[in-house]
Design a protein around this ligand. Structure first.
Ligand SMILES: Nc1ncnc2c1ncn2[C@@H]1O[C@H](COP(=O)(O)OP(=O)(O)OP(=O)(O)O)[C@@H](O)[C@H]1O
Length: 193
């Protein structure tokens, strides 16, 4: 079997907002296309900070982060979209709409919702729109922060299954508080303290 491409390589990462309180000390992680790695940890343990570091919004104190082209699904569906523009407009700003109909069907996301403005959608609908946008960007690495938190249990599983289907060519790094979900879908779980 052909070895899968490395889509994220973190080497000896050290970071804290202050030197006195480090959140990461010599932290390393390698993620391949086809893998899903989940970060579990209590509130305040540094999960979102790790995504900020990977996305390049924060600089490590030391260590290296190499990443393939990535897209992100954010924890708060309401802040993921501008409230007064349509979902379709906001997706087409960053991605081609090719394949959107099939993806909508797979996610149980009614296509009419694409023509609506973000403020007219529910939290669960917005969260699916955010996943739709992230997948249409055709990333090699998907950073997913609580990607299914606003969905009820049944839809949550469907959406996770869809994310897993993309795994042939994509590596997923996911944050969740949901230990059962993490155990069900992850190749590897990293626990922060
Ligand atoms: N911009 C910042 N400046 C200073 N400290 C910060 C900043 N952002 C986060 N922190 C602190 O860093 C720690 C880690 O925060 P982070 O948001 O990464 O945690 P988390 O594990 O994602 O939490 P949650 O599960 O609640 O989202 C917390 O103690 C937080 O108060």
């Amino acid at each position: 079997m052909k070895p899968q491409e490395v889509v994220l390589k973190i080497e000896n990462l050290t970071f804290g907002y202050t030197k006195e309180k480090l959140l990461y000390k010599d932290f390393s992680l390698k993620l391949h296309a086809g893998e899903i790695v989940t970060i579990l940890g209590p509130s305040g343990s540094g999960k979102s900070t790790l995504f900020e570091l990977i996305a390049g919004n924060l600089r490590p104190m030391s260590g290296q982060i190499e990443k393939a082209p990535f897209s992100q699904v954010f924890q708060d569906p309401y802040s993921s979209f501008h409230p007064s523009y349509t979902i379709e407009n906001q997706i087409s700003d960053v991605a081609s709409l090719e394949g959107i109909d099939a993806l909508c069907d797979q996610m149980g996301f009614e296509r009419e919702l694409l023509k609506k403005r973000a403020h007219e959608l529910s939290g669960g609908q917005l969260q699916r729109a955010s996943i739709l946008r992230a997948l249409l960007m055709k990333p090699k690495l998907l950073l997913a922060d609580e990607p299914t938190s606003a969905l009820d249990n049944l839809i949550q599983l469907d959406v996770m299954k869809l994310l897993l289907k993309t795994l042939d060519s994509v590596g997923i790094l996911m944050i969740t508080h949901d230990r059962d979900l993490a155990k069900w879908c992850s190749d590897k779980i990293i626990e922060l303290r």
